[in-house]
Design a protein around this ligand. Structure first.
Ligand code: CP
Length: 303
């Protein structure tokens, strides 16, 4: 039995990610034809959420159902974790009962400690450090439109938080060049840049970052947990909006992605998601297919 977790984009190499993308594309084609193979029949996923979710929850829950398995939604409010049960104890208990677990919590240490104590595969469903499932769907979306991303130029505009940090790691794993433009004081984690930033250029000028870009990505200016800084951030992020004018500076065939939810009029202009260069809704739909591929892969050899 081989126990695998997906806590970071760095956990899998390029070949593994590309195999997942291939499988996700096949699952998407099958889904469109109404065909669902029960590859996870009898398997159960525990979904622990300390923060709100639409896409991640629905993709995992619908994905398990479509593959013949079952998912259990557990919010911190309704479980003993919310009343102080040790995360390691919860991991050991859930390992006795289910086949795979995913956790969304701002606290990366909790995810790491859960995975350390678990004897089942564990997935990071977003922490303040990373959002690896989102990047997997983003890469599926890029590959399905443009083919391999190696050597391409990606621009991340805005907050150097978990999505940006995931892109720093992804640039190292997938071997693309990443130009980050963020306001001063909102840079990605220095440790992540040191470890994975060999293809990342960090700057503060969105126009310079998108020059010649094949893919432009952004995220909200105030992620979950930053709500109390909303007014400050609205001021500090002025000039970092992705709009048509900014996209016009990228390559003619540039793609635009946003993990959603979006705040129109802030990090993107009002109608950017309707621009033909935007693939944000397809990107959201690919969460379903890529997470199904991930679940199959993690459970394949897990006994
Ligand atoms: N992009 C994303 O993770 O969406 P949710 O917060 O709705 O899961």
């Amino acid at each position: 039995m081989t126990l695998k977790h997906y806590l970071s984009v760095a956990d899998f190499d390029l070949a593994t990610h590309e195999a997942l993308i291939d499988r996700a594309m096949a699952l998407r084609t099958a889904h469109a034809a109404g065909q669902h193979e029960a590859t996870l029949k009898g398997k159960t996923l525990a979904m622990l959420f300390e923060q709100a979710s639409t896409r991640t929850r629905v993709a995992f829950e619908a994905g398990m159902a479509q593959l013949g398995g079952h998912a259990i939604f557990l919010s911190a409010r309704d479980t003993q974790l919310g009343r102080g049960e040790l995360v390691e104890d919860a991991a050991r208990v859930l390992s006795e009962m289910v086949d795979v677990a995913m956790i969304r919590t701002p606290d990366q240490t909790k995810i790491d400690n859960f995975a350390q104590a678990a004897t089942i595969p564990v997935i990071n469903a977003m922490s303040s450090r990373e959002h690896p499932c989102q990047v997997l769907a983003d890469m599926q979306t890029y590959y399905s439109h443009r083919g391999p991303i190696q050597g391409k130029r990606v621009a991340f505009i805005g907050d150097g938080f978990n999505m940006c940090q995931s892109y720093v790691i992804a640039s190292h794993v997938y071997q693309f060049d990443l130009a980050v433009a963020c306001p001063r004081g909102f840079e990605p984690n220095a440790e992540w840049l040191r470890r994975y930033g060999d293809r990342t250029t960090l700057g503060h000028d969105p126009e310079a970052a998108v020059e010649n870009a094949d893919l432009v990505v952004t995220d909200v200016w105030s992620s979950m947990g930053h709500e109390d800084q909303q007014l400050l951030r609205l001021r500090r992020f002025q000039g970092f909006q992705v709009n048509q004018r900014l996209l016009d500076r990228a390559k003619d065939d540039v793609l635009f992605m946003h993990c959603l939810p979006a705040h129109r009029g802030e990090e993107i202009s009002e109608d950017l998601l309707e621009d033909p260069r935007s693939v944000a809704f397809e990107e959201a739909g690919n969460r379903l297919h890529s997470q199904k591929a991930l679940l199959e892969y993690l459970l394949k050899d897990a006994g």
